[in-house]
Write a protein that binds this ligand. Structure first.
Ligand code: ZN
Ligand code: ZN
Length: 266
């Protein structure tokens, strides 16, 4: 089982446009963050989670060559606006639509933004998407089990928390982005995962996202073999914040690869 983080930045990306980005070492490539999304290869299938504005560029840079299944955690622009570039993956599937599992809000946003793409097969080169409501517990055609839970993303919004279990290895990856809390049900679902990827904006508190302290608290409860932070702002300098994290927790970066329990160090 392999996951590649295609983006690890917050909604505006990192660094910020027209901003001094004080405290951020811009000579460190790990501080240049696309909007958050990830690609998993499990039981031989390619599973894409979210597609932000840099999705196409990230696919080229990090060698994503197929998408069989798509999970949209929620309909915010930093997670949805790259979905039109799934058209190339439709072509590679012979024109068959890509199944998209999401929340009711995510489904409505997909249908509103890409009305021309809601079809079983691509026509005239358009993307073809089949939005569906994510089930709490489902098994993909490849054999991978996908369990979902709704995570509070501020007081009025919910995003989809995802736990993938590879059939052939039994390995489990939990992906909890864009959340302001990790409820007990989500902790139970992810407990003891091989890898937890979790929203961790920066040190300061925030109304709609976990900060480092709250992400660490969730990480201690979940007790994954490795916890990796994502969705970070310019305030999270890679070297400075990495040095302050406890064992078993680290900052993600664009191009971070975890495969069968091993992180590919570059
Ligand atoms: Zn986001
Ligand atoms: Zn969001």
């Amino acid at each position: 089982m392999r996951i590649t983080l295609l983006g690890t930045g917050t909604s505006q990306g990192v660094p910020l446009i027209g901003h001094p980005n004080e405290g951020l070492d811009l000579s460190e490539p790990k501080n240049w963050r696309n909007r958050s999304c990830a690609h998993i290869v499990s039981d031989g299938a390619h599973i894409q989670i979210d597609a932000g504005p840099e999705f196409r560029l990230a696919c080229l840079k990090f060698c994503v060559s197929a998408v069989d299944f798509f999970f949209l955690t929620h309909g915010h622009s930093d997670h949805i606006l790259g979905m039109d570039d799934l058209r190339r993956f439709c072509d590679l599937r012979g024109g068959a639509a890509i199944p998209v599992w999401t929340t009711p809000e995510g489904k409505a946003r997909v249908e509103a933004i890409f009305p021309y793409g809601i079809r079983p097969r691509s026509e005239r080169g358009y993307v073809a998407l089949e939005p569906r409501l994510a089930e709490p517990d489902a098994t993909l055609a490849c054999g991978t089990r996908v369990q979902t839970t709704l995570l509070p993303h501020g007081p009025r919004f919910r995003s989809l928390g995802l736990v993938f279990t590879e059939k052939k290895s039994g390995q489990r990856i939990a992906y909890f982005t864009d959340c302001s809390e990790v409820p007990d049900e989500a902790v139970a679902l992810a407990r003891g995962a091989d890898l937890l990827v979790i929203d961790a904006l920066h040190r300061n508190p925030h109304p709609t996202h976990l900060n480092f302290e709250k992400a660490l608290e969730a990480s201690r409860k979940i007790r994954a073999a490795l916890t990796v932070f994502t969705h970070m702002t310019y305030r999270a300098d890679y070297a400075r914040e990495s040095a302050a994290l406890p064992p078993g927790v680290r900052l993600g970066y664009d191009g971070f690869v975890w495969e069968d329990g091993v992180v590919s160090e570059d």
